[in-house]
Design a protein around this ligand. Structure first.
Ligand SMILES: Cc1cc2nc3c(=O)[nH]c(=O)nc-3n(C[C@H](O)[C@H](O)[C@H](O)COP(=O)(O)O)c2cc1C
Length: 208
């Protein structure tokens, strides 16, 4: 199938000399901002790292993977450490402003969200927020491919070290997953490897 998702692959070797034009990167990041999330609560922040020294430091806590330093940009996908009522109320304020509707008309929705969150243990809430962040990662990877910008999603890093270096807990955040973006090196042999995926009948259960 001729899909941009067949063009993409988890890039192992980036060309460190190639920069993503600022306008393209801005548009790519905008995709993260408008990613969907449960209730629309957006329980995330994205740390955009280009600083060389900082990336050298992070690389030593990410299996020394070269993508960390050689890609144009490293994005650290973070989830909120806790989802409190303040975040929900703030979100409701934003809906009211953006859509020009009175806050009172949103009180029901606010209560539904508060109730849904109250029913979750701290662990379940953290898990739920992580899920939302992964959804943003999926949307982001698809958009990178559509724009022919290479990317490597990465879980191979030390969460605690990253959190400490990026001072995330102080900002009420924790790192979840990374994505390096840029352009593949011409000699990245992974670029020509065949995609390995299970056959259709192994991944679908048809009840047609
Ligand atoms: C959530 C996630 C985490 C990953 N972590 C790493 C990583 O730390 N380092 C790496 O080189 N590749 C990483 N990968 C890439 C996968 O190995 C790769 O996506 C998979 O083998 C399928 O190959 P393809 O993406 O090239 O089609 C990760 C992929 C995902 C989706």
């Amino acid at each position: 199938m001729n899909s941009h998702l067949n063009w993409r692959y988890a890039t192992k070797k980036f060309d460190p000399s190639r920069r993503i034009p600022k306008q393209d990167l801005d548009q790519l990041l905008e995709v993260l901002r408008i990613s969907p999330s449960s209730f629309g609560l957006q329980p995330w922040k994205f740390v955009v790292v280009q600083d060389r020294g900082l990336r050298e430091k992070l690389r030593s806590h990410a299996w020394n993977q070269s993508q960390i330093t050689d890609a144009d940009t490293l994005i650290v996908f973070c989830a909120l450490k806790t989802m409190d009522e303040g975040h929900i109320r703030n979100y409701v304020d934003v809906i009211s402003k953006v859509r020009g509707v009175p806050k009172e008309s949103l009180l029901n929705y606010e209560q539904v969200m508060i109730g849904a969150l109250a029913g979750k243990s701290p662990e379940a809430a953290a898990h739920w927020m992580g899920n939302q962040v992964y959804l943003a990662l999926g949307v982001f990877l698809a958009e990178c491919a559509r724009r022919k910008i290479d990317a490597c999603p990465m879980e191979g890093f030390d969460v605690q070290q990253f959190d400490e270096i990026l001072e995330l807990p102080q900002q009420g955040l924790q790192s979840v997953v990374l994505c390096a973006v840029g352009y593949r090196a011409m000699d990245d042999h992974h670029a020509v490897l065949k995609k390995v995926r299970f056959e259709r009948n192994q991944v679908f259960i048809d009840k047609l």
